[in-house]
Design a protein. Structure first.
Length: 207
């Protein structure tokens, strides 16, 4: 079986799990089974944990496949590509620093539940329902996805397997951004439409 096809199957399995867990239908089903309180307390943490394990498993499986180098650019080009990757890392870290990270990964919700707080605020995952349009979100709408695209795309030495991973990851980041925008439009309505008109999706406007 061709290696790109195997990688596509691995990635499709990861994407299916990740998308299924993020879907509103799955959260609604979890609420019907376990109740809104436990879901707000633990769903986000479970979602992040399973996604992390699935990511590690996918990378391990891809790394175990035989690979070949298909493009090794000159040293100067490799340096530039590495700098772009570093910019993606800095962008991702800066984005995380501007948000409530314990709430983002679900730790805060679980701690509150164990402390006896049963009526957690926020959405189905206990995430505060607020529209963030400042900081990096005032420059691009999806800084985390942009960071991921920079990191995956600008690998200095391109191999056959990584080229497949990079293409699939970039497509998934774009798909994820579109799905997230649809969800935010449903939640915030005209406020998010106005925000979309002012702030670009991935590439900042140069003024």
């Amino acid at each position: 079986m061709p290696k790109p096809f195997i990688i596509a199957l691995i990635f499709a399995s990861f994407a299916l799990l990740h998308s299924a867990l993020a879907a509103d239908r799955t959260k609604a089903l979890a609420i019907r089974v376990a109740g809104a309180g436990p879901v707000r307390a633990f769903y986000r943490l479970l979602y992040v944990g399973l996604s992390f394990v699935a990511t590690l498993a996918a990378f391990y499986l891809v790394a175990s496949l035989p690979d070949v180098v298909i493009w090794k650019p000159p040293a100067a080009a490799q340096a530039v590509m590495s700098l772009i990757q570093l910019a993606g890392v800095v962008l991702g870290m800066t984005t995380f620093s501007g948000m409530d990270f314990p709430e983002f990964v679900g730790i805060r919700q679980a701690i509150k539940h164990f402390k006896g707080v049963r009526e957690l605020p926020g959405d189905a995952e206990g995430i505060s329902q607020r529209l963030v349009i400042r900081g990096l979100y005032g420059v691009i709408r999806h800084p985390l996805y942009t960071a991921g695209i920079l990191i995956f795309t600008f690998v200095p030495i391109v191999t056959r397997n990584w080229l497949t991973v990079s293409a699939l990851a970039d497509l998934y980041f774009i798909y994820g951004a579109l799905i997230e925008e649809r969800r935010l439009l449903k939640r915030f309505g005209q406020d998010y439409r106005d925000y979309m008109k002012k702030v670009p999706r991935f590439i900042p406007r140069i003024k």
